[in-house]
Write a protein that binds this ligand. Structure first.
Ligand SMILES: Cc1cc2nc3c(=O)[nH]c(=O)nc-3n(C[C@H](O)[C@H](O)[C@H](O)COP(=O)(O)OP(=O)(O)OC[C@H]3O[C@@H](n4cnc5c(N)ncnc54)[C@H](O)[C@@H]3O)c2cc1C
Length: 292
């Protein structure tokens, strides 16, 4: 199908883009890489009167190191993240998660900010952002503010962004050297959205016990789901297959109403969440042991 008729604006600065959003609030929509928005337009599931294309806003394309972590401009493509030696060495979890997103063509166009702002529950970046406590910088008519990833995801395709605000940057803090990580998912085919996935980090103490752990599921509910109860199962314990199986069991109990759609039933997603948590914990713990 073809998209409905819309006006098009191509600002060259964030300030100009915000001003356009302010003038056309309810009928305007930001266009980043178009990899999610264009299909929605073509299916006429959204009908904005104006598209504000951020493609020429050069100030939103960068990837740099800050305090050992990374600051990434919203219009930076996933391909840039994938190809970055800095990401590979500083944030290997981000590199691994990027490789799981769609196909090369989608990563060529799709942006970091687009993924985070679109808030698809099956997307890797939102879950990763929650798992590592990423900070999202947004700019609107009243100036800028920073929102913790955990506060950013409100509901299905819904974030804490005001209609006149633009996501401009994400900051991924540095992972400690002794932190093991894993991003595990099950998708129907390579390049498809995950039916369910898990982003996990594990840090081992000098006594070999799990000192810290983060477990965040995606594709099971309307937003990334932090599995606090499962984290508590793991923390303070020696890593073992039995322990990780218990954590997986706790995850499956904690998911109240898993999504159910044409791709997977709620029960299958609950099962996948359990298995993926177990696998991801084992992989993360092995990496943590290797790094220790
Ligand atoms: C076949 C296929 C497979 C895919 N598989 C995956 C996958 O496995 N995992 C995955 O995560 N994604 C997947 N995607 C989606 C892809 O990652 C998109 O690139 C991403 O979801 C949106 O990024 P974008 O830059 O294309 O944003 P757009 O499509 O341009 O925008 C998406 C939404 O975010 C808003 N938006 C964009 N940027 C900003 C900003 N800076 N500030 C405020 N609002 C903004 C837009 O207004 C729009 O509502 C897939 C897409 C396709 C077509």
């Amino acid at each position: 199908m073809k998209p409905p008729r819309f006006e098009y604006a191509a600002p060259t600065t964030v300030a100009e883009a915000v001003s356009l959003l302010q003038q056309h609030e309810s009928e305007a929509k930001i266009l980043a890489g178009g990899q999610s928005l264009m299909p929605l337009l073509n299916m006429r599931l959204t009908r904005p009167g104006l598209l504000i294309d951020l493609g020429r806003v050069a100030e939103l394309r960068y990837l740099r190191e800050t305090d050992g972590g990374l600051a990434i401009g919203a219009m930076t493509t996933k391909r840039t993240v994938e190809d970055s030696a800095m990401v590979k060495s500083r944030q290997p979890l981000l590199h691994a998660a990027t490789l799981l997103i769609g196909h090369a063509q989608i990563r060529n166009r799709g942006t970091v900010g687009g993924s985070l702002a679109h808030a698809d529950p099956a997307a890797e970046y939102p879950a990763l952002a929650v798992a590592v406590d990423a900070q999202l910088r947004v700019v609107g008519p009243k100036g800028e503010r920073t929102i913790a990833a955990a506060e950013f995801y409100v509901s299905y395709l819904t974030t804490a962004l005001e209609p006149t605000e633009i996501l401009t940057e994400v900051r991924f803090p540095a992972l400690a050297n002794d932190t093991g990580w894993s991003c595990a998912e099950v998708a129907r085919r390579h390049g498809d959205f995950a039916m369910t996935g898990a982003v996990v980090t594990v840090r081992l103490g000098s006594d070999g016990r799990c000192a810290q752990s983060r477990i965040v599921l995606f594709g099971v509910g309307p937003t990334p789901l932090r599995a606090l109860a499962a984290e508590q199962v793991v923390i303070g314990q020696k890593p073992s297959e039995k322990l990780f199986a218990q954590a997986g069991q706790r995850v499956s109990e904690a998911i109240e109403e898993p999504l159910s759609d044409v791709h997977a039933s709620a029960e299958y997603r609950r099962y996948l969440a359990q298995v993926l948590t177990r696998r991801a914990l084992a992989e993360a713990a092995a990496r943590a042991r290797g790094a220790a």
